[in-house]
Write a protein that binds this ligand. Structure first.
Ligand code: GLC
Length: 432
């Protein structure tokens, strides 16, 4: 592991700010220098969450900048490109060709996929923590119609299974790009080979799967990003528990924000209930929530950090919470790792301690789990997760992810999500 001097809270906080400042380009914060030179969807929501207690205006600008990329369908794209660096990332704007689609925003090139709908939760976090209440309320009023449109898009265009859940149509939409959960559905796609420039760190995806990922994106693009094509023909459609758990939590806080915008909270609470029912009926199996592959009808055999997403729901029945916490604490996840939380269960044959979402611990996933545990009053585990996460960044820096056994850093350095969420954890004073 990298030898680093011990870092106290103040130095850690200063380090986090300098990463966020260095990665800031106009209103957006890019996820990491070099590797990810554009604005990414859920990364920006985590950045806004991290900034919430310190700088309402900057947190708001981060969300508004991202939502400037929102399509007229309500879809919030997973990448909003900075034209100056247009082709510095593959697949870039010339691959997605969003500008040829009348639903895309004028003059803002984006990808054609989305990412977990954490936006309402981020807006609520900013509103909840803002010192200037008026400024925060004004921000909520601006964001509210965009968030409503995003949720309506998910409830209509993405309910591909007809059971009240939103389906992701590409692994990139999960935020957990190479999770073993996608191995079966991606393995069922045709074998293809492309010649293109790779920017991904080595070991990030197996090559044949990376080619299929690109193929899948091109198929959707070539349909004209068409909703009927997604429903009838697109070969990848998965109901993911983390994506839907986040959506449910966002519906609940949207209900709290609605009165600020003079709107009725009722529909958001009804949406939350529909999602809860869908999760329990369609994804609960064998003591955890599992992703459902709508094309094969199968539930994923692998348990990952995504299985705990529905715990973000305060209304999740207590017996399910208890079962999930049992799995989380067991040697399958936290019980056998030195650091929280392995992204894949340790006993799974696919577990790989150093490959991205196939084993390493991520600050953003830890933050979500910590919130879920707080929602259910598990303060013991909240403390453990907070302290363990701070230990990771203190020892290895603001890396993209970390080896869950020895805490060494993996993937990119100066990762904005890790830095921003460290600020939030420090504010909660969970240091050791
Ligand atoms: C990787 C991660 C994803 C993140 C993106 C930008 O693709 O898997 O979660 O949004 O990088 O940081």
């Amino acid at each position: 592991m990298e030898a680093r001097p011990a870092v106290d809270d103040a130095a850690l906080g200063r380090g986090a700010w300098s990463v966020l400042d260095a990665n800031r380009t106009g209103s957006a914060t890019v996820p990491a220098p070099g590797l990810y030179p554009h604005q990414w969807n859920w990364d920006s929501t985590f950045v806004a969450i991290g900034l919430a207690r310190w700088d309402t205006r900057r947190a708001g600008a981060e969300l508004l900048g991202l939502l400037a990329g929102q399509w007229r369908t309500g879809m919030v794209p997973h990448i909003v490109f900075r034209p100056a660096r247009a082709e510095a990332y593959f697949p870039g704007p010339s691959v997605w060709r969003s500008q040829e689609n009348p639903a895309s925003p004028n003059g803002t090139p984006t990808s054609g996929l989305t990412q977990p709908p954490l936006h309402a939760l981020a807006a609520w976090w900013v509103w909840r923590h803002a010192a200037d209440r008026e400024e925060a309320a004004a921000l909520v009023r601006r964001l509210y119609p965009m968030l409503v449109a995003q949720h309506a898009y998910l409830a209509t265009t993405r309910d591909l299974g007809g059971g009240g859940l939103a389906a992701i149509v590409h692994p990139w939409e999960s935020g957990m790009d190479d999770s073993p959960v996608w191995d079966a559905p991606v393995g069922a796609l045709p074998a293809v080979r492309y010649a293109y420039r790779r920017e991904e760190p080595p070991g990030c995806h197996s090559d044949s799967h990376q080619d299929r990922y690109v193929w899948l994106a091109l198929r959707y693009r070539d349909s004209g990003y068409d909703a009927a094509y997604l429903r009838d023909d697109h070969p990848f459609a998965v109901e993911d528990p983390m994506f839907n758990g986040i959506w449910l939590a966002s519906c609940q806080v949207l209900a709290e924000l609605a009165p600020l915008a003079g709107a009725d909270p009722g529909p958001h609470l009804e949406a939350a209930e529909r999602i809860r029912a869908g999760l329990l009926e369609r994804l609960w199996s064998d003591g955890v929530f599992r992703a459902r592959d709508l094309r094969s009808g199968r539930l994923s055999p692998v348990s990952t950090v995504g299985c705990f997403g529905p715990m973000l729901d305060p209304g999740l029945p207590a017996d399910r919470v208890e079962k999930l916490v049992g799995v989380l604490e067991s040697p399958r996840f936290m019980g056998a790792a030195g650091y929280p939380v392995p992204s894949c269960e340790i006993r799974a044959p696919q577990f790989d301690r150093s490959r991205y979402w196939r084993g390493p611990s991520w600050v953003n996933a830890n933050w979500l789990l910590r919130l879920a545990l707080a929602v259910h009053g598990r303060t013991d585990l909240v403390r453990l997760l907070g302290a363990g996460t701070l230990r990771l960044v203190r020892q290895a820096g603001f890396r993209e992810c970390f080896d869950p056994f020895d805490g060494s850093g993996r993937g990119s350095g100066d990762f904005s999500c890790s830095a921003a969420l460290t600020l939030d954890l420090l504010a909660d004073n969970v240091g050791e």
